[in-house]
Design a protein around this ligand. Structure first.
Ligand code: F6P
Length: 367
């Protein structure tokens, strides 16, 4: 049976990604034009609902006009905590976390919100599933530049990040060739190598290192040296921030931010500079691309995917398909159970066609 919806709430959580605003725009347009609903946004994930007084943004046609191409999220976001590990400051000034999920649901009900659309990555979808189990009518939209969410062939934000990283590889190529240097580009991606693999192939990298293939530094050195001996005196290495040497561990710092679960990754590029330079005597430099990959205008494929997801999320709500996430599967937009979306982390499968392509080109993957 179709639910009786009058008002929905939308939130964005986790690291931002190009296309978040495009999803908000499409969702609001579909909600208003297709179904006649009222839409409200919670600021900084659910923090807006948890604040006293609440910090909410009414979303109408005028508010979402022009959002298609705007990077970031007009609602704001956070990757700390969440309703089940909500950061709270004690009377002694110390921060801890506590489960405030019941309070959150009560507050959402007090707003007479009939359904929630949560746009977020893997962690956010796991929170949505728990809220759904507690009775909150909720629908998910998969976001992340890392493309590491199962059950969808792609998340929005990924293609823009790949475009940014590829542009960086292209620029490093010309300076690498001019100076006869080894140029390393460290890209994001958390524990998955999707950005590194895609931008490495698109940019014609000689070495691509991803977390799924712990690398042997001797193989990397061999590739650089072979190129030099063959007369090509520069090399391009694209390394995922989560990549690590065989018998080593990822370069990660535990975060001391209360409510933040994920460690802060980074540093593998600098370490590689030392290793390659010492072994080859060749001048080596690193560029850490960092948050540039998360910023800016979404590329057209991300705008399209984000728009498809926004419309489909409203349709899932209208159909009463709560506890589901919109997803891209075989070029179709479908609804999948949140349980399926969070069942496993989407690593690069070593049988994936991109791995096959890289190997076919003779790219060194560190093994
Ligand atoms: O998940 C997106 C992402 O950009 C990862 O690629 C990266 O490891 C992480 O977020 C960085 O998080 P923060 O913005 O908190 O440093």
């Amino acid at each position: 049976m179709r639910p009786n919806i009058r008002k929905i709430m939308v939130s964005t959580s986790g690291g931002d990604a190009p296309g978040l605003n495009a999803v908000i725009r499409a969702l609001v347009k579909r909600a208003i034009l297709g179904y006649g609903w009222e839409v409200v946004g919670s600021t900084a994930a659910y923090n807006g609902v948890m604040a006293d007084p609440m910090d909410l943004i009414p979303l109408d046609m005028e508010r979402v006009s022009g959002l298609l191409i705007q990077g970031g999220t007009i609602l704001g976001t956070t990757n700390r905590g969440g309703p089940f590990e909500f950061p709270v400051q004690g009377t002694d000034g110390q921060w801890t976390t506590e489960d405030r999920s019941e309070d959150l649901i009560k507050r959402i009900r007090s707003l007479e919100v009939d359904a929630v659309v949560s746009i977020g990555g893997e962690g956010s979808q796991a929170i949505s599933q728990k809220l759904f189990e507690k009775g909150l009518p909720i629908v998910g939209v998969p976001k992340t530049i890392d493309n590491d969410l199962s059950a969808t062939d792609m998340t929005f934000g990924f293609q823009t990040a790949v475009e940014t990283a590829t542009e960086a590889v292209d620029k490093l190529h010309t300076t690498a060739a001019s100076h006869n240097r080894v140029m390393i580009l460290e890209v994001m991606g958390r524990d998955a190598g999707w950005i590194a693999l895609a931008s490495g192939i698109a940019g014609g990298a000689d070495v691509i290192l991803i977390p799924e293939i712990p690398y042997d530094i001797a193989k990397v050195v061999e590739r650089v040296t072979t190129r030099q001996r063959g007369g090509i005196k520069f090399s391009i290495v694209v390394v995922a921030e989560g990549a690590y040497p065989k018998e080593g561990v990822p370069f990660a710092q535990e975060s001391n931010i209360v409510g933040r679960r994920q460690p802060i990754l980074g540093g593998v590029g600098r370490w590689l500079v030392k290793q390659i330079q010492e072994a080859t005597g060749h001048e080596t430099r690193v560029t850490v691309l960092g948050h540039l990959q998360r910023g800016g205008v979404p590329c057209p494929p991300d705008r399209i995917l984000a728009t498809q997801f926004g419309v489909a999320a409203a349709d899932l709500v209208a159909q009463g398909k709560f506890g589901h996430m919109v997803a891209l599967q075989n070029q179709n937009i479908v609804g999948v159970p949140l349980t399926e979306a969070i069942r496993q982390y989407k690593y690069v499968n070593l049988d994936h066609h991109l791995v096959h392509t890289a190997r076919g080109l003779g790219v060194c993957l560190g093994d």
